[in-house]
Design a protein around this ligand. Structure first.
Ligand SMILES: Cc1cc2nc3c(=O)[nH]c(=O)nc-3n(C[C@H](O)[C@H](O)[C@H](O)COP(=O)(O)OP(=O)(O)OC[C@H]3O[C@@H](n4cnc5c(N)ncnc54)[C@H](O)[C@@H]3O)c2cc1C
Length: 415
């Protein structure tokens, strides 16, 4: 019996291999790097946000664009099934803020170990340091792959090579060229969840500052709202990053790639206070520090790093004594704190994106099986497909669910 060959030992490929072998198939997994699950081991800042605990309908809503393509995959292997898979293998999970599911041990390496042990125990043949060079198609059917061992014959091939972000982990977009060779169309890969570049120079002064409770709203060049989110963000030497920025970057990046015009992000630095309440608060602070100069009056209101930037943008003389600050200056300051604007003129490159948007066109893959509609015996799984979710565990769930479905259907087709 010829094996099912899985290309790529990320979460999608490993789940596909485990599923197929458990259904009685002979399975070989080929991995370019020296060990399995390199990207998986750095997920969730090393803690691995495995999935989301939301219900099934909301799971597909975590995918702007192609969520519907994932209905079958989530139906066959849901977030509950994934949690069960790991718990049965001794990896306990917990739910944190925002429905994020993590292993109790807070260690992504443990997730990799569970998958690796499952591969080994179930008898999958694992070949690391084995980059696949080409896939072999004969008369509309996949018949094998080319790698350093030469041509390996296969009953079916599952391509789970991931996207092209964080290429050091092995995901260098190899699957796309094979997709084109097989006749598939590729939706132009672009950064999915990615930090944003800010045009204003002063942003560098804020590097390292993390704001836990901020409301961010983005607007296009016509002033039309693109999206909004509340939560944590981070200033970096080039601009903005952190959870809400990564989530918002999907639509902002999409806009930037279609138009040659920048986007404006507006931060509400005090979302819990209305304009009136913030004005009252400022009046109290300015009274408290009536004899001090303006630049020394904002310590109670703002983080230290932000104060010089806000003072500079406020247009109020930093040396002005607080009791001399007039109403219009104070109201201007309220406006600045509620509408702190930055110009977004790009994203960091795809290599620094958390995920790759774009990939193999979902219209050419059967969502009930993950099999190519163009080449018999060829299956797709994970990020190589044109699916990309928000932060919160959606992307790993998609990788595991599509991997499961591809493994199951490849096993059935190979019988
Ligand atoms: C820093 C970071 C943090 C993240 N955190 C989270 C998180 O907490 N939660 C979440 O849901 N998502 C997270 N993601 C996204 C998630 O890691 C990916 O969506 C997921 O790993 C995709 O799985 P995959 O199996 O499709 O591809 P990958 O994990 O990219 O695996 C593809 C595998 O294929 C191998 N390969 C590629 N080409 C070849 C070839 N020619 N021959 C042989 N092997 C090949 C690669 O070496 C790699 O091992 C994070 C991503 C990054 C970069």
């Amino acid at each position: 019996m010829q094996p099912i060959i899985v290309i790529g030992a990320g979460p999608a490929g490993m789940m596909a291999a485990i599923t197929a072998v458990n259904l009685g198939s002979k399975v070989t997994i080929l991995e370019k790097k020296d060990r399995v699950g390199r990207k998986l081991s750095i997920t969730g800042k090393g803690r691995c946000n495995l999935t989301s605990s939301v219900d099934k309908e909301n799971l597909t809503k975590g995918f702007p664009g192609n969520g519907r393509f994932l209905f079958s995959a989530f139906d066959q292997f849901s977030n509950l099934d994934l949690i069960d898979f790991f718990e049965q293998r001794g990896l306990k999970t917990k739910v944190e803020r925002g429905n994020r599911v993590f292993p109790v041990c807070d260690n992504a390496e443990e997730v990799v170990t569970v998958l690796y042990e499952s591969l080994k125990r179930s008898g999958v043949s694992i070949l690391t340091e084995t980059p696949v060079r080409a896939i072999v198609i004969d008369s509309g059917k996949i018949v094998g792959v080319e790698c350093k061992q030469g041509r390996l014959a296969a009953q079916a091939v599952i391509i789970a090579t991931g996207g092209m972000s964080y290429p050091g982990t092995g995901s260098t977009g190899d699957g796309y060229k094979w997709a084109s060779y097989a006749g598939h169309t590729i939706i132009e890969p672009r950064p999915g969840l990615v930090p944003l570049l800010v045009q204003e120079e002063w942003v560098r002064e804020l590097q390292g500052l993390s704001l836990k409770n901020t409301k961010a709203t983005s607007y296009d060049a016509q002033g039309k709202k693109i999206n909004q989110d509340c939560g944590e963000l981070l200033f970096t030497h080039f601009g903005l990053s952190g959870p809400i920025i990564l989530s918002m970057s999907h639509d902002i990046g999409g806009y930037l790639s279609r138009h040659d015009k920048p986007v404006t992000i507006e931060l509400d630095l005090k979302p819990a206070l209305s304009q009136e309440k913030l004005d009252e608060r400022l009046q109290r602070d300015l009274e408290k520090y009536a004899r001090k100069v303006f630049k020394n009056s904002l310590d109670d209101l703002l983080p230290q790093k932000l104060i010089p930037v806000i003072i500079g943008l406020s247009g109020i003389d930093p040396g002005k004594v607080c009791h001399q600050i007039n109403r219009s200056e104070r109201l201007g300051l309220v406006q600045l704190l509620k509408h702190f604007k930055m110009t977004i003129n790009g994203t960091r490159p795809i290599t620094e994106a958390i995920i790759t948007a774009g990939g193999v066109n979902v219209k050419e893959i059967d969502p009930r099986t993950m099999q190519s509609k163009l080449v018999e015996g060829l299956f797709w799984a994970g990020e190589v497909i044109d699916i990309d979710g928000y932060t919160g565990g959606y992307n790993l769930q998609a990788a595991f669910s599509t991997g499961y479905l591809a493994g199951k259907c490849a096993a059935h087709s190979a019988r």
